[in-house]
Ligand binder design. Structure first.
Ligand SMILES: Cc1cc2nc3c(=O)[nH]c(=O)nc-3n(C[C@H](O)[C@H](O)[C@H](O)COP(=O)(O)OP(=O)(O)OC[C@H]3O[C@@H](n4cnc5c(N)ncnc54)[C@H](O)[C@@H]3O)c2cc1C
Length: 459
């Protein structure tokens, strides 16, 4: 560099520094903005409308499907999707992302794209309460008045059967997250798998109707597959609170025995009595297990926001939506609906279930907007592919609908407790992964691509 250039840079550096310094002095003369009183009620920054307003809480598989469908069947409605996350990360297919079989882009999707394609408004905020009387959803970004409200906030974890020690719960969430709610937890789990050197890696299967029945077994296979490929002296210990594999039993048990005999130890009836994180020992009624690392999946419950809003009821200790099981409407609250994994019915808590159910609930709400007769009850569809190995790609599959036993029951008088009357129907499964596994593995990608397209539309 010649000396004239050096001089110029030195001078301009001084000039930039002094202008920044001067700016700071100007800035410091201004008074700080007065803090807003916490109780002050503010309207959310959304355009006023004379159209019927449908607010959907939760941009998961359920809420996305409801928002899209309401707009499809009642285009005159002003539909607002309220979601606390800025982008959608899919739990389905995330087990494959853990071992780099798909990249993050494949399972991450854009809420703004969905809102543009389907002509509704995406509102990035956290719901904090519900004023039922005045029909207002309270959010971190202000109040939203609604005519119709759909609540699809998903699940929260319930650690209370393991411990009431809040220090232990905080440590479990932070150091050994379940990775059954999308986002940060999955990143932690992926790092754990990739950094694992040797020893026992504990996974748990909770009791009750937990989110995605096959996913813990699929995850055990995928992690064991990774250990096997990388020739680690490592084993997945799968502690199952249930007395047997809860779904696709034949497919998973043959995979455990034939593909991962040295890499998976499956333990049924393994309700956890104690977790000692310092000694790294888990105690069940029958045994003790040492672990080098773990991801502890506790029981689930309806998302806590439903309880805050006063629309949850405790059945099966799960605080799920207090709804009419055929119309999804909150009992005693007209035009407020709850769907998705927060529902009380014993449907499999799955994305496909939430998507097909969301389309039905969206049509029920659109019919209200249009002042038409609501469509009669339709069963959701659970369709779920689970990978059992990645080298080569092999998967298994189940399809089921649900039937409602309406013996001596007038549908007008369906109660919350009638969730007990649903059972699997028209079930088909494909669990012979040696014969059909390659086709089912390919279907994981075609199914997920089709569903992402359905919920988000074209890029
Ligand atoms: C590892 C794994 C694998 C899976 N595999 C499959 C599969 O292969 N096939 C399948 O069909 N299903 C699968 N599932 C299940 C599927 O992910 C869930 O059943 C589905 O996400 C439920 O949809 P939902 O809309 O009810 O809840 P979610 O998808 O969890 O959506 C709830 C949304 O509400 C938002 N929210 C909650 N509270 C608030 C609030 N107060 N304010 C604002 N926003 C809020 C959340 O941020 C979230 O985006 C899998 C799940 C996991 C964890």
């Amino acid at each position: 560099m010649d000396s004239s250039k050096r001089k110029f840079l030195a001078l301009s550096g001084v000039a930039i520094a002094s202008s920044l310094y001067g700016g700071e002095k100007e800035e410091s003369k201004k008074e700080p903005a007065a803090a807003k009183p916490l109780t002050q009620s503010t309207k959310a920054p959304l355009p006023d409308t004379k159209k019927p307003r449908v607010v959907v809480l939760g941009g998961g598989w359920s809420g996305l499907s409801i928002a899209k469908t309401v707009k499809e069947f009642a285009p005159q409605a002003d539909v607002i999707l309220v979601e606390r996350r800025q982008e959608f990360i899919s739990c389905p297919v995330s087990n494959l992302w853990l071992v780099d079989k798909v990249d993050l882009e494949y399972i991450t999707h854009d809420y703004l794209q969905a809102a543009r394609n389907y002509d509704y408004t995406f509102f990035n905020a956290t719901a904090i309460g519900l004023d039922k009387k005045n029909r207002i959803l309270k959010t971190s970004e202000g109040d939203i008045a609604f005519d119709y409200l759909a609540l699809s906030p998903g699940i929260d974890y319930d650690y209370s059967r393991w411990t009431t020690d809040t220090t232990l719960v905080t440590r479990l969430k932070q150091e050994y997250p379940a990775a059954f709610i999308p986002g940060s937890e999955h990143i932690t789990l992926k790092n754990k798998i990739h950094n694992f050197k040797e020893g026992n890696f504990i996974l748990t299967v909770p009791g009750g109707n937990y989110r995605c029945l096959p996913a813990p077994y699929e995850r055990a296979c995928i992690i064991a597959d990774y250990f096997k490929q990388n020739k680690l002296k490592a084993k997945v210990i799968l502690l199952d609170e249930n007395n047997a594999i809860t779904i696709k039993k034949k497919g998973f048990s043959t995979a455990f025995n034939e593909l991962y005999a040295d890499y998976i130890e499956y333990v049924p009836n393994a309700a956890i009595h104690n977790i000692d994180l310092d000694k790294k020992i888990v105690t069940t009624e029958m045994d003790e297990y040492e672990f080098a690392d773990a991801a502890f999946y506790p029981r689930v419950r309806g998302a806590k926001i439903l309880e805050t809003m006063g629309v949850a009821k405790d059945a099966k200790d799960m605080m799920e939506g207090h709804i009419n099981c055929l119309t999804y409407e909150v009992l005693g609250e007209k035009d407020i609906f709850i769907a998705g994994d927060a529902r009380p019915m014993g449907f499999s808590k799955s994305g496909n279930t939430s998507n097909t159910e969301g389309k039905h609930v969206g049509q029920i709400i659109a019919a209200r907007v249009n002042k038409e007769k609501a469509p009669s009850w339709e069963p959701p569809i659970t369709m779920c592919f689970s990978a059992v190995s990645t080298v080569p790609d092999r998967a298994i599959y189940i399809y089921t609908r649900y039937s409602f036993d309406k013996k001596d029951k007038d549908p007008k008088h369906i109660k919350f407790t009638d969730w007990k009357k649903f059972s699997f129907s028209e079930t088909i499964s494909s669990e012979n992964w040696k014969k059909d596994g390659a086709t089912d593995a390919a279907s994981i990608m075609s199914w997920s691509s089709a569903l992402y397209f359905d919920m988000f539309g074209a890029k």
